[in-house]
Design a protein around this ligand. Structure first.
Ligand SMILES: [Zn+2]
Length: 268
């Protein structure tokens, strides 16, 4: 086993991610759960809550994560591990990842985690690329709802674990073991759905990091890392002509990096 992070205690990335001695892109699927802010309020309708009314600010209470392609789902929580250990584990995992796969993680999960890192006086985790599937769903399709539960059901991938709504969060805040068992199940199911959705959406994901850069396979599909890439027509930009390629494994479209040597007009 070789790699930059093979000595990490929690970053159990090695399973299924290394093919002999060759490195592959490490994609971490991740989903966080957070607690609400706890505040004193004077009423229920149209409340404008001042900062000095907040008794306790919300925080990350748990996260589930898995390395894309490996079976094991990792779960850490305030309840099961303690806050400090959970934050440390998230920091190690993010640092070991080349890319994060999430649903709205760019605006939510990653920012929440980074706030926790800052509060814990940890340095920034090493840089990663975000593959935010909500952005793909929003930019590529028109679903009646962009919620993970709707999109997953519409695609027949599966359902989110049903829960008791806000009661579940309140019971977890009270330290209820049963509630935490359900939270764990819910959090893990979200990560599984996110991974399956990623596999389904892969050829549609705009600006997906080029797997070839990480895997160092020059002729593989830039998205799935497999192939073969079949030459299929040409793609013309305003000034250049490129060979257009289609992945037989995942259906992604790509183009040659270098333009074709074709006769072009002298003027642009
Ligand atoms: Zn492909």
């Amino acid at each position: 086993m070789v790699g930059r992070h093979h000595d990490s205690s929690v970053a159990d990335f090695a399973v299924g991610l290394w093919i002999t001695e060759r490195r592959v892109m490490r994609k971490l699927v991740i989903d966080c759960e957070t607690s609400p802010n706890l505040a004193y309020i004077w009423g229920l309708w149209n409340q404008n809550v001042g900062l000095n009314q907040i008794e306790k600010t919300g925080s990350v209470i748990s996260f589930a994560a898995k390395w894309h392609g490996s079976k094991k789902v990792m779960f850490y929580s305030d309840h099961h591990n303690g806050h400090e250990e959970m934050v440390q584990a998230a920091h190690e995992l993010l640092s070991a990842a080349d890319a994060l796969i999430h649903y709205n993680g760019k605006a939510f999960d990653v920012k929440h985690l980074q706030r926790e890192f800052l509060l814990a006086e940890l340095p920034p985790a090493s840089p990663h690329v975000d593959i935010d599937l909500l952005r793909t769903v929003r930019s590529q399709f028109k679903f009646p709802s962009n919620k993970l539960t709707h999109v997953s059901e519409a695609l027949g991938i599966g359902k989110k674990t049903p829960h008791t709504g806000f009661d579940l969060w309140r019971d977890c805040m009270m330290g209820d073991d049963k509630a935490w068992a359900l939270m764990k199940k819910y959090n893990i199911q979200d990560v599984r759905l996110t991974e399956e959705l990623y596999d389904r959406l892969l050829p549609w994901i705009p600006n997906h990091p080029n797997v070839g850069v990480f895997d160092e396979i020059p002729d593989a599909c830039p998205k799935c890392g497999k192939g073969p890439m079949i030459s299929n027509g040409t793609r013309r930009s305003k000034t250049m002509v490129y060979r257009r390629l289609n992945c037989r494994a995942c259906g992604s479209w790509a183009r040659s990096r270098v333009a074709e040597p074709v006769a072009r007009p002298d003027y642009i």
